[in-house]
Design a protein around this ligand. Structure first.
Ligand code: MEV
Length: 330
């Protein structure tokens, strides 16, 4: 959306997708691989350069207060406010990389409910791509990843960066230690269920960290098993072996339960999907709430959708959509 905030002159608008973690959550924080696919829940950032020494930032949260936020360039990135933390953090980093001291107007837009499907990483990537384009700074995918991952760490303190990589590359990728590998595109017979919001991702990542400190041998072995599971899931995806993918989802769900991140609403959705004929189901992401997915090719598809809808919410979004893109209105 290009709103009244922008004066004449070029406006660069970048759009980036959300993500659905497939296999490997939590282990990926400790150097193991994961598989992730992008989802068609896109966030956009429109950016214009101006001559004043401040950033004007308009987000859904700032629009709710009736006015955009204004951050002096000299204070940018110093004290991130919750409503604009990811936008401020990444704008500060891209400006520094470009060695520019210039004002910007940034207006972000996205769906009202993001289901925990990666809207923070999507807004970070869209803002970085929009600001870089507005400054004439060319960033390749690795450079964009590094600047966005650093900004996500500034804003939320922790994170493997798999969600940032997904927003950049789109499609389905394997992610490990900051490196993304694109997997062949295939139509994934997955149904997403939403269990309701959770308190904070950070809380569940920290909880697994504490469990690992108390039980290092067991938790490291679970992470190794999860890594092995990711290898097998990658093969199952390549072979479109949905029965095996379903088994792997069920096994991964058991391991995530053992890590302490399952909840009754997530478990209800998982069992309801299995009972309705899904080949397997697991929570997706940090746990504690948000989403799960079921492996449900035809003919189970309709019964599984209905089971998810009656035990939480069925989330109908396309998977494996393209990554970040930028357009310019001259
Ligand atoms: C959260 O969606 C996935 C985790 O693995 C955290 C991360 O990778 O940043 C739990």
């Amino acid at each position: 959306m290009i709103d009244a905030l922008f004066a004449g002159g070029p406006v660069y608008t970048a759009s980036a997708p959300g993500k659905l973690m497939l296999f490997g959550e939590h282990g990926v924080v400790y150097g193991r691989p994961c598989l992730v696919t992008s989802v068609g829940l896109r966030v956009s950032a429109a950016v214009q350069v101006h001559a004043e020494p401040w950033l004007t930032i308009s987000t859904a949260a700032s629009r709710a207060t009736g006015a955009p936020f204004r951050v002096p360039l000299a204070q940018l990135g110093a004290a991130l406010r919750p409503e604009t933390a990811f936008v401020e953090a990444v704008a500060a980093r891209v400006l520094k990389l470009a060695e520019w001291q210039t004002g910007l107007t940034i207006s972000t837009d996205g769906p009202p409910l993001s289901y925990g499907l990666g809207s923070s990483s999507a807004v970070t990537v869209a803002t970085a791509a929009g600001v870089a384009a507005a400054l004439g700074l060319h960033l390749n995918a690795d450079e964009l990843f590094r600047v966005c991952h650093a900004a996500v760490i500034d804003a939320q303190g922790k994170g493997s960066g798999f969600d940032v990589a997904s927003a950049i590359h789109g499609g389905t990728i394997r992610f490990e230690n900051g490196r993304a590998t694109a997997l062949p595109s295939t139509i994934l017979p997955l149904m997403i269920g939403y269990s309701g919001a959770k308190v904070s991702t950070r809380r569940f990542v920290d909880g697994v960290g504490r469990l690992r400190e108390r039980n290092p041998i067991l938790v490291e072995r679970m992470f190794d098993l999860i890594a092995e599971l990711v290898e097998q899931a990658q093969q199952a995806l390549a072979q479109r072996d949905w029965v095996r993918l379903g088994d792997l989802a069920d096994i991964n769900q058991g391991l995530l339960d053992a890590l302490g991140v399952n909840t009754p609403p997530l478990a209800r959705l998982v069992f309801a999907a299995r009972e309705a004929g899904a080949l397997g189901a697991k929570l997706s992401g940090a746990g504690g709430g948000d989403c799960m997915f079921a492996v449900a090719p035809a003919p189970a598809e309709h019964a599984v959708k209905a089971a998810l809808a009656s035990n939480g919410q069925y989330v109908d979004l396309p998977l494996g959509v393209p990554g970040v893109s930028v357009t310019c209105r001259p």
